[in-house]
Design a protein around this ligand. Structure first.
Ligand code: B12
Ligand code: SF4
Length: 400
């Protein structure tokens, strides 16, 4: 791991955590506030709904990890960690109130989580207000990880965050969150935690979870979780493999079952499995077998949404088992809709094999400099890139 790295900023002012630490009944408190920022619309308003469509996976992941840190008393046996999670897409974020919560506890910090590029300006604005009140702030998520992984020079927005004393976190938090909490409690947050070269295994790690009152602010019935991360392919346009790598890292089938059961007990019936390419999760079959059992033996009324590549049908049993497990919607990526849809042009066939050896899954990072010889065609980047840009071309070409 690299701490601090090449981002420069003024020396971090030790926060008043230590001075303010209050004892109540012999226990100290540390207030950890997790905020998933929304983003601005074209007129500069924060986009917000009375009920947002679906709970945030990133927020759930961090909340699960933070609760685990609280249970393990990572700040010492006499320090209680209170964890609060807010999703700005359904909750107004009042920085003054967050600061008051932390002041009342005597110690704490705000983590801005799962921040994508379109949300980074909003995250910076929240951070500015909090930093003016001397609250320790950390920002993590795809923008920090992606820009540090793919841009040679640090992104100017990251420099801006660093300059105001915000701590940046690149990479994944499993096994690393306690280090950040301990540093914050000691008033010694590093400017940068960079774990991009050390992606953790996620089997057996704390499962993503949100408190019922957080989930109640969403439309209800639907939630999401990641069964795995990493994709073996190396599509030239893909940003994800630069961040999550090309090796299939996954939760155990038992953990997936636990996630489904816990959420089912809270009324969730539909699950978006957010793996960018579920067909390349090496445990797709044992996971589907568990889900089939839940549906066919225990008669749980569950349904799933997945994302796959166009060649998933070549995996023996994949489609049949998906259907039996309750997969009701599938995002299928295509690298070139224009060619697939245009009359007279043959569909693009991917040269990739249907299964992968470990040797093919180990190299990672910076696909922009690699060849496009194995494109997986999943929905993720293809959806964001191809459908928006290439579909327009397809419509024109195909005369839609
Ligand atoms: C699922 C998903 C969605 C779902 C979200 C559902 C949900 N319930 O959350 C939906 C379909 C709604 C969606 C929408 C969009 N998405 Co999306 N999405 C994804 C996907 C596939 C998974 C994200 C996820 O949940 N990951 C799992 C969590 C646990 O990972 P994580 O957020 O990275 O968090 C980990 C670490 O980063 C770290 N961490 C995160 N924050 C913090 C903070 C601190 C302090 C610390 C210590 C650690 C830490 O810890 C976590 C656990 O390890 C990603 C691709 C990917 N594989 O990342 C794209 C992705 C994030 N989406 C993307 C985009 C572009 C969008 C849209 C803008 C698409 C569009 N054009 O509308 C919208 C934006 C929605 C919005 N509100 O603004 C891009 C973002 C690119 C970028 N530069 O930021 C991605 C990377 C896909 C891509 N390459 O194109 N998305
Ligand atoms: S198949 Fe999808 S996740 Fe995998 S490299 Fe291609 S675009 Fe990225």
């Amino acid at each position: 791991m690299l701490i601090a790295g090449d981002l420069s900023r003024p020396k971090h002012t030790p926060w008043r955590a230590r001075e303010l630490s209050v004892e109540s009944g012999g226990k100290k408190r540390f207030c950890l506030v997790l905020v998933k920022p929304s983003h601005y619309d074209d007129d500069g308003y924060v986009i917000q709904w009375f009920r947002s469509p679906i709970p945030s996976t990133s927020l759930a992941a961090l909340y699960g990890l933070a609760q685990d840190c609280a249970d393990r008393r990572v700040l010492g046996p006499d320090v209680e960690i209170d964890v609060h999670a807010f999703d700005e897409t359904n909750t107004r974020i009042r920085c003054d109130r967050l600061a008051a919560m932390i002041d009342a506890a005597g110690a704490g910090m705000v983590m801005l989580v799962g921040v994508q590029s379109n949300q980074f300006p909003r995250a910076l604005d929240l951070a500015t207000t909090l930093r003016k009140r001397d609250i320790p702030v950390a920002i993590g998520g795809f923008h920090v990880s992606g820009t540090l992984s793919m841009l040679d020079d640090a992104d100017p927005d990251l420099k801006c965050a660093t300059a105001m004393g915000v701590s940046l976190f690149a990479g994944e938090a499993e096994g690393r969150l306690e280090r950040v909490l301990q540093d914050a409690d000691a008033g010694a947050l590093a400017p940068l935690y960079n774990f991009m070269d050390d992606l953790p295994g996620i089997e057996g790690t704390p499962i993503p979870l949100l408190a019922a009152e957080t989930v109640r602010r969403t439309a209800g019935g639907v939630t999401s979780f990641d069964a795995g991360r990493g994709c073996p392919f190396q599509c030239s346009f893909c940003t994800i493999i630069n961040v999550q790598g090309r090796k299939s890292r996954r939760r155990s089938p038992a953990d997936v079952e636990k996630i489904v059961r816990l959420n089912y007990a809270e009324g969730m019936r539909s699950f978006f499995i957010t793996d960018d390419n579920f067909a390349r999760n090496k445990d797709w079959e044992p996971i589907l077998d568990r889900l089939i059992d839940l549906r066919e033996v225990e008669k749980l009324n569950i349904g799933f949404i997945i994302q796959v590549d166009t060649l998933c049908h070549k995996l023996p049993n994949f489609i049949e088992k998906c259907a039996r497990a309750g997969v009701r919607r599938v995002f299928i990526g295509s690298p070139n809709i224009a060619r697939c849809c245009s009359p007279g042009k043959p569909p693009v066939s991917s040269p990739m094999p249907a299964t992968f050896s470990d040797s093919q899954t180990t190299p990672r990072r910076r696909s922009r400099t690699t060849s496009t010889s194995s494109s997986g065609n999943c929905r993720s980047t293809c959806w964001n890139f191809s459908i928006s840009r290439r579909c327009r071309a397809a419509r024109t070409t195909a005369g839609w």
